[in-house]
Design a protein around this ligand. Structure first.
Ligand SMILES: Nc1ncnc2c1ncn2[C@@H]1O[C@H](COP(=O)(O)OP(=O)(O)OP(=O)(O)O)[C@@H](O)[C@H]1O
Ligand SMILES: [Mg+2]
Length: 408
């Protein structure tokens, strides 16, 4: 096919990238999801949960969407929206509407709709309220919903941004999550995605006794997986890129080095390559590798700026002094580090209240849990960015104040 700049332009400009065109890797995560699903089908377990967690840009949403696309033919799928979980009736009715819009509409007319947008579902011999306080009633609501579903396929619910879920019960748990996870309604599989620490959060919401293999922190993609994505991009027939006779080894190296396994950077580097190709009429041989690298570096800096925005430099300085370059520290060390930074520089409190500092570092993915539960600065290039930012700040302000700097 002939080179068509409009298609490449569309790719470069695309803003919703939660379904990457050149999805790569994550075989282990796919296997985890498939195994749990099989266990459920075989009746080994009733109800099940897997949790994929990781920093922003690690690829959680893309993974959830990929799993969904893979199982769509065999299972019923729907989204369980984290911000709705606080109101079980609303959250479940939203699921029901996705699964069976017609019957959901019918239920709305047959039953009383609650103020919050949920529905009072009736069962023989009584009425079930969308109570936010009593477990049994909420469980019945879920059961009723499943009864209305009229499908014997496994139902797979996708809960992205799970760190935002809030319980509805007086003990802090979520009747919906607890019931689904414990199999109270059978044949429902929950696939959750969220930032580091989400599995601990879900535990407090009632997703307890989670098998360790059902909880996974997304790690960087392997070099070969990055290359596979690059090749899929170059060979994509729609673009019509001409790479004949071109030695792609230096380009592969460049892409691998720029990405460091990080999906977000893979996207940025492929975008940079796409922009360059638009300028060379699709001739790979005419592309300037330096220009691609500079573009992708600029996108990366922009991305890190967004992630560290609002986090005061003295706190970041203390962080890089606390977390070793190729390792992690116990979360407790991060709490201690925050205490130190705020004791040394009381003005930080105005910039970011100390009570919010830990969560903010996790929420922005400046730190991420590794497989053993320690916290790391997940991408080497982010660490370099932070070091640079701290240095620039210090140069502007003069040397750091006395006790704030802890040599290690
Ligand atoms: N396996 C993958 N293969 C190729 N590209 C990927 C993959 N996973 C993610 N991406 C790309 O990386 C970028 C970040 O992915 P995604 O939005 O899924 O991250 P996330 O972990 O959900 O981030 P956030 O916490 O900000 O929601 C997107 O541009 C996405 O297209
Ligand atoms: Mg996401």
């Amino acid at each position: 096919m002939q080179f068509d700049p409009t298609r490449l332009q569309k790719y470069v400009k695309k803003t919703d990238r939660t379904r990457p065109l050149f999805f790569t890797g994550r075989a282990h995560e796919m296997a985890i999801a498939q195994r749990s699903l099989d266990n459920l089908k075989d009746g080994d377990t009733e109800g099940n949960t897997v949790i994929f967690q990781g920093a922003p840009g690690a690829g959680k949403t893309a993974l959830l969407n990929h799993i969904k696309a893979n199982i769509r033919d065999k299972c019923d799928t729907a989204t369980l929206r984290a911000p709705l979980i606080e109101s079980p009736g609303v959250a479940l009715f939203d699921v029901f509407e996705q699964l069976d819009p017609e019957r959901a509409e019918q239920a709305k007319t047959e039953h009383r709709t609650t103020k919050q947008g949920g529905v009072d579902l009736k069962v023989v011999g009584g009425e079930i309220g969308v109570s936010s306080l009593s477990v049994p009633e909420d469980i019945k609501t879920v059961q009723q919903l499943m009864g209305l579903r009229q499908s014997d396929k496994t139902l797979v619910l996708f809960l992205d941004e799970a760190q935002n879920a809030v319980g509805d019960l007086s003990n802090g748990r979520s009747s919906v999550l607890q019931t689904l996870h414990e199999g109270g309604v059978g044949n429902v599989f929950l696939v959750a995605g969220g930032l580091s620490g989400t599995s601990a959060k879900l535990r407090t919401l009632g997703v307890s006794w989670l098998a360790s293999e059902n909880k996974r922190t997304l790690q960087p993609l392997h070099e070969d997986e990055i290359v596979a994505s690059l090749e899929a991009f170059l060979n994509n027939k729609d673009f019509g890129i001409d790479s004949s006779g071109y030695d792609i080894a230096p380009l592969k190296r460049l892409v691998v080095d720029e990405c460091m396994g990080w999906p977000q950077h893979l996207t940025n580097t492929l975008r940079s390559l796409g922009e360059e190709l638009i300028g060379t009429d699709g001739q790979l041989g005419a592309c300037d590798l330096n220009a691609i690298q500079q573009r992708s570096e600029a996108l990366r800096a922009e991305y890190y700026l967004g992630r560290t925005e609002g986090i005061p430099s003295p706190l970041l300085r203390e962080l890089i002094n606390t977390v070793p370059e190729n390792g992690g520290v116990d979360p407790f060390e991060i709490y201690k580090m925050i205490e130190r930074a705020y004791a040394d520089e009381p003005r930080l409190e105005k910039m970011l209240p100390s009570d919010d500092a830990y969560e903010e570092l996790v929420r922005r993915g400046v730190v991420q849990e590794d497989a053993s539960g320690n916290l790391t600065i997940p991408i080497p290039s982010m660490r370099s960015y932070i070091e640079q930012r701290v240095k620039v700040q210090e140069d502007q302000e003069g040397a750091p104040s006395g006790g704030a700097y802890h040599e290690r």
